[in-house]
Ligand binder design. Sequence first.
Ligand code: MG
Length: 344
Amino acid sequence: MNHGAGGEIMQEFIAKHIISHFPKVKFEVPLDSFDDSAVVDDVVFTADGHTVNPLFFPGGDIGSLSVAGTVNDVSVMGAIPIGLSCSIILEAGLEVDIVDKILESMGKTAKDCNVPIVTGDTKVVETGKLDQMLICTSSIGRRSPYMDQNLATASQYRVVDSRWATDNNVRPGDAIIVSGTVGDHGIALLSFREGYGFDSEIKSDVAPLNGVIEKGLKVGGIVAMKDPTRGGLANTLNEWCVKSNIGMEVNECDIPLNNGVISACEMLGIDPLNIGNEGKVVIACVPDMADEIVKNLRAHSLSRNAAIIGYAVESKTPRVVLKTEIGGRRILEPPTGDPIPRIC
Ligand code: MG
């Protein structure tokens, strides 16, 4: 299970046993950059598989999740998703009512975020060979019309190396913004699945973020974006540090958290910063634009709690230092495994 958990073990597995078998091809953002999407001849392209258990959870279902996850992976590159594919694998015997409900939810989510589902595939496997259903989605995207102006704004303050909002594009001094509370999706799902009861107050944040991201890009100065899914905020920040060869200083008390998530995590002994999100974006931007970006994000219903949580710094070793509420400092390690499997 750790080979699919989104942490370091998975990245090692993918590098050694998956990508190593594929021919190396030079693209602007290639496969082995491990970014949210690839960029091939100026087309942004991503793929996702969804195995969430249970299929329905507080705040969403596998249908809304599959659309949002893929729309978000294209959007965080600085692109506009223009079409989705939907490949469904069903277990024989699954009730048609359930299929209808999930596909209706997919359709609604796609309509709400204005990204049509344009192609797909359907397969059925024998009972017992699969847990109900899997959905695989992919998407292509076009460069956002706001991206060039956005990077031109950033270039007024420092040299910008990437044409896209890639993981290797963060530099010392950049501000780090998170668009809202973290940990909601994973904790809502875990609580619902295990019957802990926190799900009465915590709902998954699953949502397409193309609208939120457009608000940020319109302001300008954004150099990197990522949706902190598996591995949570801790994984995203550490990935940026390694790929951009920087350090980071983050103020723990500035990270937005729901009270329900805080109490659930305390009780279960889980760090909310390691928990997957499905409706949040982490943004790195030049510091002079950070306040304006946060202000604009807060005007969108999906990012009302947006906040600056810290800054990138020069560092000999790429690492995230968390300044704790009581004035201490600790290193925020990337998670090795996943505290909550099968949440996406
Ligand atoms: Mg992603």
